[in-house]
Ligand binder design. Structure first.
Ligand SMILES: C[S@@+](CC[C@H](N)C(=O)[O-])C[C@H]1O[C@@H](n2cnc3c(N)ncnc32)[C@H](O)[C@@H]1O
Length: 226
């Protein structure tokens, strides 16, 4: 995906026009419920891909985790830092414009341009509405890229979403257990933790814990017809 791809432009337009129904005003309950079970020590830096202006990042920071969020929309980042208050330091890192506020760094740019050298200190990750924000072909690329950034043994939490059969528009896209396992199973040990409540619109979240398999190196992610 290039910076002026239709997908990129659609996300930037959503933020510009305030079409951000995915944003929650409170931290996600599955994060507060399940993160402590992962046993990630305080001080471990958490990667939050496709982070929006999620308050989950503040929740993690308040528990002693430096956070590195990656987000296409500088408008989202601006809103996050303005709503948080506190001094903001801005600087450039390669393709990214970085905004640092306290122990949270938001890297403005494309997740797929973020490289392993820039991920040196990352020791955990959190994906809520990142995998499911991407269309099918890009999800495969996402799973592969995420695995490249995460060191062996590192843990993470994934919140996926399944939509009612036949309701396959997106985003958010429907990503069922079979696809989660197919995409992430080659490089992560996966544990299905729970399914959320079935919502009126037929959507249901599912929560997974992941541990990056080692040693370093990335297994190709398979396709259904591979
Ligand atoms: C469905 S939202 C989820 C945001 C956040 N995780 C949350 O829980 O509120 C997906 C976000 O990913 C961002 N995004 C989409 N493609 C991206 C990419 N390639 N690199 C970085 N951010 C991206 C969008 O701008 C949007 O804010």
């Amino acid at each position: 995906m290039t910076d002026d791809s239709p997908l990129t432009n659609e996300w930037l337009a959503r933020w510009r026009e305030g079409r951000i129904g995915f944003h929650r005003d409170t931290p996600h309950p599955a994060l507060s419920h399940h993160w402590p079970e992962l046993g990630v020590p305080a001080g471990t830096k958490v990667l939050v891909p496709l982070c929006g202006k999620s308050l989950d990042m503040r929740w993690l920071a308040e528990r002693g985790h430096p956070v590195l969020g990656l987000e296409l929309s500088l408008e989202a980042i601006e809103q996050f830092t303005a709503e948080g208050g506190g001094e903001v330091l801005r600087f450039r890192q390669g393709d990214f414009e970085v905004w640092r506020q306290g122990s949270i760094e938001l890297w403005g740019g494309d997740f797929f341009h973020f490289h392993i050298e820039q991920a040196a200190e990352i020791g955990a990750f959190y994906d809520r509405a990142a995998l499911i924000a991407l269309p099918e072909a890009t999800r495969q690329r996402y799973a592969f890229h995420l695995a490249q950034l995460i060191p062996p043994g590192a843990r993470g939490l994934l919140i996926s979403l399944v939509r009612a059969p036949g309701d396959d528009r997106g985003p958010p896209y429907s990503v069922d257990a079979r696809e989660v396992i197919r995409l992430l199973g080659p490089n992560f040990e996966l544990t299905h933790l729970e399914d959320g409540e079935l919502e009126e619109n037929g959507w249901q979240e599912s929560v997974w814990s992941l541990v990056r398999r080692g040693p370093r190196g990335v297994e190709k992610v398979g396709t259904d017809n591979a």
